[in-house]
Design a protein around this ligand. Structure first.
Ligand code: NAG
Ligand code: NAG
Ligand code: NAG
Ligand code: NAG
Ligand code: NAG
Ligand code: NAG
Ligand code: NAG
Ligand code: NAG
Ligand code: NAG
Ligand code: NAG
Ligand code: NAG
Ligand code: NAG
Length: 457
C-alpha cells in the first residue's frame, strides 16, 4: 500500500499542478520521460534523477526551465546532456518541447537519424548534435528553424546533401557540418546567410564549385571546406568578405588562378589552399595582407617568381610555398619586414641562384626548407646566426663549398639535411657541439665525418 502511494503521489501532485495551472498537463515532464526511453544506455547514470518518483523535472540533470508568460507554468527551455556517454537515439518526442531554446546532445554515442520532428521547435536558438554516430541525410525541414543561431551537427556519419533550405536560417551565426559523409554541392543558398560567422564544412565528400554567392555572407569570419572534392576555381567574390580571418580550402581539386581579390581580405590571418591544382603566379596583392600569419600555397602548380614583397608581411609566421613550379631566386627581401617568420618552406620548386645572406634578418626562423631546388653557391655563414633554427634542409640542390665551423652556433638544430649537393671537405668537428641534433642527413656528399661515434644518415 505504502509503495502504491509513493508511486501515485507524484502523479497526484502533477495533476494538482496541472489543475492549478488550469491546463491539461501533457507536460514537458511526460515528454522528457519519452525522451529518456530513447537513450538505451546511460553508463554514467546521468539520467538517475529522471524518474517518475521525482516529478520536479526542472531539477533533472541537464534540464533548465522557464515560466510560460501566459499561465506561469514551468516549461523546459534548455536540455543539455552533452558528453554523457549516452547511447540510443535522438527522440522524435523532443519536437514536442515547444519552448526549447537550446538542445545540446553533443559528444555522446547516439545513432540513427536526426528526427525531422526537431523542426517543430520554432524557438530553438541552438542545436548541438555534433560528435555522435548519427546517420542518414540531414532533414531539410531543419531549414524552418528560423530562430536558430548555432547549428552544429558535424562529426557524425550523416550522408546526402547539405539542404538548400539552410539558406532560410536567417539568424544563423555558426554552421558546423565537418567530418561527416556529406556529398553533393555547397548550396548557393547559403549566400543568403548574412549573420553567418562560421561555416565549417571540412572533411566531407562535397563536390562541384565553391558558390560565388558565399561572397555575400558579409559576416563570415571562418570558412573551412578543406578535405573535400571541390573543383572549379576559387571565386573572386570571396575577396568581399571583409571580416574573414580564416580561409581553409586545402586538399580539394580547385584549379585556375588564385584570384588577386583575395588581397582585399584585410582581416585574414590564416590562408591555406595547399594540395589543389592552382596555377599561375602568386598574386602580389596577397602581400598587402598585413594580418596574415599563415600563408600555405604548397602542393599546387604555381609558376613564376616568389614576390619579394612577401617580406613586407610583418605578422607572417608560416610561409609555405613548397611543391610548386616556382622559379627565379629566393628574394633577398623575403625577411626585410617579416620579423615574425618561423617557418620558411620553399622546397620542391625550381628556385635557382644563391641562398641570400639576408635570411639572417629572419631572426626567429625555426625551419628553413630549401630542398629539392637548384640553388647554387655556398652556404652563407649568416645562416648560422639564426640561433632559433631547429630544421635546416638544403638537400638536393647544387651547393658547393664546405660546412662552416660556425654551424656550432645553431645550438637548437635538430635536423640538418645537406645530402645531394656538391659540398666538400671535412664535416667540421664543431657539429659535435650540437647537443640537440637528432637527424643528420649528409650522405651522398663528399663530406667525411670526424665524429665517428655519432650515427649519420
Ligand atoms: C552543456 O554543458 C556543457 C558541460 O557542462 C557545457 O560545456 C556546454 O557549453 C553546455 N551547452 C550549452 C549549449 O550551453
Ligand atoms: C514525428 O513526426 C512525425 C511526422 O510528422 C509524426 O508522425 C510523429 O507522430 C512525430 N513523433 C512524435 C513523437 O511527435
Ligand atoms: C509538428 O507539430 C504539428 C502540430 O503540433 C504536427 O502536426 C506535425 O506533425 C509536427 N511535425 C513534425 C515533423 O513533428
Ligand atoms: C563514409 O564514407 C567513407 C568513405 O567514402 C565510407 O567508407 C563509409 O562507409 C561511409 N560511411 C557511412 C556511414 O556512410
Ligand atoms: C549574391 O551573390 C551573387 C553572386 O556573386 C550575386 O549575383 C547576387 O547579386 C548577390 N546577392 C545579394 C543579395 O547580394
Ligand atoms: C567538377 O567535377 C565534375 C564531376 O564531379 C565535373 O563534371 C566538372 O566538369 C568539374 N568542373 C570543373 C570546373 O573541373
Ligand atoms: C592535407 O592533406 C595532407 C596529406 O594527406 C595532410 O598531411 C594535411 O594535414 C592536410 N591538410 C589539411 C589542412 O587538411
Ligand atoms: C606535391 O603535390 C602534389 C599535389 O599537387 C602531391 O600529389 C604530391 O604528393 C606532392 N609531393 C610532395 C613531395 O609533397
Ligand atoms: C612591417 O610590419 C609592420 C608590423 O606588422 C607593419 O606595421 C608595417 O606596415 C610593415 N612594413 C611594410 C613596409 O610593409
Ligand atoms: C624531395 O624530393 C624527393 C624525391 O622526389 C621526395 O621524396 C621528397 O619528399 C621531396 N621533399 C620535399 C620537401 O618536397
Ligand atoms: C630533387 O628535386 C627535384 C625537384 O626540384 C625532384 O624532381 C627530384 O626528384 C629530387 N631528387 C631527389 C633524389 O630527391
Ligand atoms: C657564435 O657564437 C659565439 C659564442 O656564443 C658568439 O661569440 C659569436 O658572436 C657567434 N657568431 C655569430 C656569427 O653569430
Amino acid at each position: 500500500m505504502a509503495t502504491l502511494v509513493r508511486r501515485l503521489l507524484p502523479v497526484v501532485v502533477l495533476v494538482l499542478i496541472g489543475c492549478l495551472c488550469g491546463r491539461v498537463v501533457s507536460s514537458d515532464y511526460e515528454i522528457l520521460l519519452e525522451v529518456k526511453r530513447s537513450f538505451v544506455e546511460d553508463p554514467e547514470n546521468v539520467l538517475q534523477d529522471w524518474s517518475e518518483n521525482n516529478p520536479r523535472f526542472c531539477t533533472w540533470r541537464g534540464v533548465s526551465c522557464g515560466r510560460e508568460p501566459g499561465d506561469g507554468s514551468l516549461r523546459v527551455v534548455s536540455l543539455n546532456l552533452s558528453d554523457s556517454s549516452l547511447s540510443g537515439s535522438v527522440s522524435p518526442s523532443l519536437g514536442k518541447l515547444q519552448n526549447l531554446l537550446q538542445l545540446d546532445l553533443s559528444s555522446n554515442q547516439l545513432s540513427g537519424p536526426i528526427p525531422p520532428n526537431i523542426s517543430n521547435l520554432s524557438s530553438l536558438v541552438s542545436l548541438l548534435l555534433y560528435s555522435n554516430q548519427l546517420t542518414r541525410p540531414i532533414p531539410s525541414q531543419l531549414g524552418s528553424l528560423t530562430s536558430l543561431q548555432v547549428l552544429r551537427i558535424g562529426d557524425n556519419y550523416l550522408t546526402g546533401h547539405i539542404p538548400a533550405s539552410f539558406g532560410n536560417l536567417a539568424n544563423l551565426v555558426a554552421l558546423g557540418l565537418a567530418s561527416c559523409n556529406l556529398s553533393g554541392q555547397i548550396p548557393p543558398e547559403l549566400g543568403r546567410l548574412k549573420s553567418l560567422q562560421n561555416l565549417i564544412l571540412q572533411q566531407n565528400q562535397l563536390t562541384g564549385p565553391i558558390p560565388a554567392e558565399l561572397g555575400n555572407c558579409s559576416s563570415l569570419v571562418q570558412f573551412t571546406a578543406a578535405v573535400n572534392n571541390l573543383n572549379g576555381s576559387i571565386p573572386a567574390e570571396l575577396g568581399r568578405l571583409q571580416n574573414l580571418k580564416l580561409l581553409n580550402l586545402a586538399n580539394n581539386t580547385l584549379s585556375g588562378v588564385i584570384p588577386s581579390q583575395l588581397g582585399e581580405l584585410s582581416q585574414i590571418g590564416y590562408l591555406n589552399v595547399l594540395g589543389n591544382q592552382l596555377e599561375g603566379q602568386i598574386p602580389k596583392s596577397l602581400t598587402k595582407l598585413g594580418n596574415l600569419y599563415n600563408l600555405d600555397l604548397s602542393a599546387n602548380k604555381l609558376t613564376g617568381e616568389i614576390p619579394g614583397e612577401l617580406g613586407n608581411m610583418g605578422q607572417l609566421v608560416y610561409l609555405v610555398l613548397s611543391n610548386n613550379s616556382l622559379s627565379g631566386a629566393v628574394p633577398r627581401s623575403i625577411c626585410s619586414n617579416a620579423t615574425s617568420l618561423e617557418h620558411l618552406m620553399l622546397a620542391q620548386n625550381q628556385l635557382s641562384g644563391g641562398i641570400p645572406e639576408e635570411l639572417r634578418e629572419c631572426r626567429v626562423l625555426k625551419q628553413l626548407d630549401l630542398s629539392n631546388n637548384t640553388l647554387n653557391g655556398s652556404m652563407p655563414v649568416e645562416l648560422f646566426e639564426l640561433v632559433e633554427l631547429t630544421d635546416l634542409l638544403l638537400n638536393n640542390n647544387t651547393l658547393v663549398g664546405s660546412i662552416p665551423p660556425l654551424i656550432a652556433n645553431v645550438t637548437n638544430l635538430q635536423t640538418l639535411a645537406l645530402f645531394q649537393n656538391n659540398l666538400e671537405g671535412n664535416l667540421p668537428s664543431e657539429i659535435g657541439m650540437l647537443g640537440k641534433l637528432e637527424t643528420l642527413f649528409i650522405y651522398d656528399t663528399q663530406l667525411r665525418n670526424p665524429n665517428g661515434d655519432r650515427q649519420l644518415f
